[in-house]
Write a protein that binds this ligand. Structure first.
Ligand code: ARG
Length: 579
């Protein structure tokens, strides 16, 4: 059990014993200063209001009933009624030893295992993956790794945009280029350029435009020749995405692809069902759903179109079909859609309709985890110097290049092979971490120098902290595996470091609940900083250190390294022994 929950349980029991009503919560928080202990229980104030008593008296009653023997070395009351809990160094030592003995650092798997569908990355196959998809890919992959680690059954869904009218134009263009002797893979080498060519062609040549329109109809009616072209296009575009995933160490595989086209056959049924339950109504020839739930200030309901006048289906229709599939076939308890905040209204509408239509029962959690825009140095959406879309794969290559230069300067002794391998981990780590450490919902400015810096809240800083610990072991001429002896906590720095290591569990649970990975990043940054402070204050290999002290401190080093490693692993970032 994580420390926070453990204290919560104990304080809650004490509150009940002190006659505090059940609805009052313990309100456990981290103490801001060491003199206020490690954790605080701030529930006395709320209880006082409910009970019409003095908060300090209630705090005293709670403390009188609080049985933290062995866990806390001291409990005192401060200010109006804050209960300060000082964790016992002996308890922290034994918890640290237990974590070291466990292959998952004593981190429990979730009480209730959920089937969690995570819809992420989800690029449109007509074009190159743009920066919005980079964010979705990085954030979604972290959530997938995290929930899996916590014992849930994660079902990744790459909801690619592989259907729609633009495919008529694109496969028309592909057909012509292939007829002119071009190979499909070469024609589609750069999807952005290809799209532009097709568009120019479409606008300038009415005959081609006509063909393109016919192809849309033929594609929708399942014409084999057109389907074969579409499949070719789709396959090559998906391969681009898969190459990028591989390079970026993203866990998505081809079998996770469940694109819009997958739901085609179900779309008429979706409309039929929406009509049957009275949700979809005809409005100017189209089928629409009016949602009072999302009415504007004047009380006008929000309008979701689910079928066009010409009978065509929309993005919302396939999203509704997707929810039903996820609930019925994939048995999802929780659906997390990771897509930028501009789609918030769309997803709100879809989720409400799905619940009202019974596509998803009330018990299934439908969640949109939105994120802001990635901005360039100029504060505008991130673009290439010439104003084009930044390709994911080019971004990764540049990160690796830049990391390689920095590493070559820092450690000229590394072999070529070592340098390249380190550069890969550092470059990819930097890109991912720069994204993950920002509050997800905010826009953020992409900056190479900050993300690749070895100072501050960056991946290289954390990777460096990890290698530093490995080098301590090398200097001690031993490996963590042949380490013996227990952790024993004597100094404030050891206390702070051990506690931070043991807090990983509560941080992971927090991120699993609210899907904000920056909590984990901030935690890791704090951990690495506490390690540096410990390392300065507590000598390890110096002569005056006793054998027991050395063992204990090396154990703490090892616990720190393992915590950093696990945290970074969940963020999809690799560590190395040297850099
Ligand atoms: N393909 C969409 C886009 O690029 C994102 C899809 C997100 N997932 C969903 N179920 N709508 O904007």
């Amino acid at each position: 059990m994580n420390i926070r929950t453990l204290l919560e349980t104990h304080v809650k029991a004490a509150m009940t014993a002190a006659g505090v009503p059940e609805e009052c919560n313990p309100v456990i928080a981290l103490s801001k200063k060491p003199e206020f202990g490690d954790y605080q229980a701030n529930g006395a104030m709320g209880a006082a209001k409910t009970m019409g008593k003095k908060p300090r008296d209630i705090a005293q009653d709670i403390v009188n009933n609080l049985a933290l023997d062995g866990i806390a070395s001291k409990v005192d009351i401060a200010g109006p009624g804050f209960i300060n809990i000082h964790l016992s160094p002996t308890w922290l030592s034994s918890q640290s030893n237990a974590a070291l003995a466990s292959d998952r650092l004593s981190i429990a798997t979730a009480h209730e295992q959920h089937n969690v569908v995570i819809d992420y990355s989800s690029p449109n196959l007509a074009k190159e993956m743009h920066v919005g998809h980079i964010r979705s890919t990085i954030i979604g992959d972290t959530l997938a790794r995290l929930l899996e680690f916590l014992g849930h059954r994660v079902i990744r869904q790459n909801h690619v945009g592989d259907w729609g009218t633009q495919f008529g134009m694109l496969i028309g263009e592909l057909e012509q280029q292939m007829q002119a002797g071009e190979q499909a893979t070469l024609a589609l080498k750069d999807l952005e350029t290809f799209y532009q060519q097709a568009k120019i062609h479409f606008d300038a040549d009415p005959e081609f435009a006509n063909t393109a329109r016919q192809y849309v109809v033929r594609l929708q009616s399942g014409d084999e020749q057109i389907l074969a072209l579409w499949e070719k296009f789709r396959e090559i575009s998906l391969q681009h995405a898969q190459d990028a995933y591989q390079k970026l160490n993203i866990t998505l595989t081809p079998s996770d692809v469940r694109g819009e086209s997958f739901y085609n056959d179900d779309l008429p049924k979706v409309i039929e069902d929406l009509k049957a339950c009275g949700l979809a109504k005809e409005d100017q020839g189209a089928q629409v759903v009016f949602l009072e739930e999302l009415a504007d200030k004047e009380g006008n309901p929000s309008v979701a179109i689910v079928q066009k006048k010409d009978g065509g289906y929309l993005y919302s229709t396939s999203d509704l079909a997707a929810i039903r599939y996820r609930v019925e076939t994939l048995q999802a308890d929780r659906v997390m859609v990771i897509v930028d905040s501009r789609q918030s209204l769309h997803l709100q509408q879809v989720f409400i309709i799905a619940k009202k239509a019974g596509f998803a029962p009330e018990s299934v959690r439908l969640e949109h985890h939105a994120f802001g825009t990635m901005l360039g140095q100029d504060g505008k959406p991130f673009k290439t110097r010439s104003g084009g879309t930044v390709k994911l794969i080019e971004l990764v290559d540049e990160a690796i290049d830049r990391a390689e230069k920095i590493i070559a300067e820092k450690d000229p002794a590394l072999s070529n092979e070592e340098r390249l391998s380190v550069a890969q981990k550092v470059g990819i780590g930097a890109i991912k971490y720069a994204d993950l450490c920002k509050t997800r919902t905010n826009d953020y400015v992409f900056n190479w120098d900050t993300m690749l810096s070895f100072e501050g809240n960056t991946a290289p800083y954390l990777q460096y902290a990890y290698t530093r610990i490995q080098s301590i072991f090398r200097k001690a001429a031993m490996t963590p595996d042949n380490l013996t002896g227990d952790v024993s906590i004597a100094s404030a720095e050891e206390h702070a470091l051990a506690k931070q290591c043991l807090q990983l569990e509560e941080v992971l649970e927090l991120v699993a609940a609210d899907a904000y990975p920056h909590h984990l990043c901030n935690y890791l940054y704090e951990l690495a900083s506490l390690f540096m402070r410990f390392y300065e204050a507590c000598p390890i290999l110096k002569d005056e250190v006793t054998a027991e002290q050395r063992q204990s401190r090396l154990q703490l080093c090892h616990l720190t390294a393992r915590s950093i490693h696990l945290g970074l692993d969940i963020l999809g970032i690799e560590t190395m022994d040297k850099m």
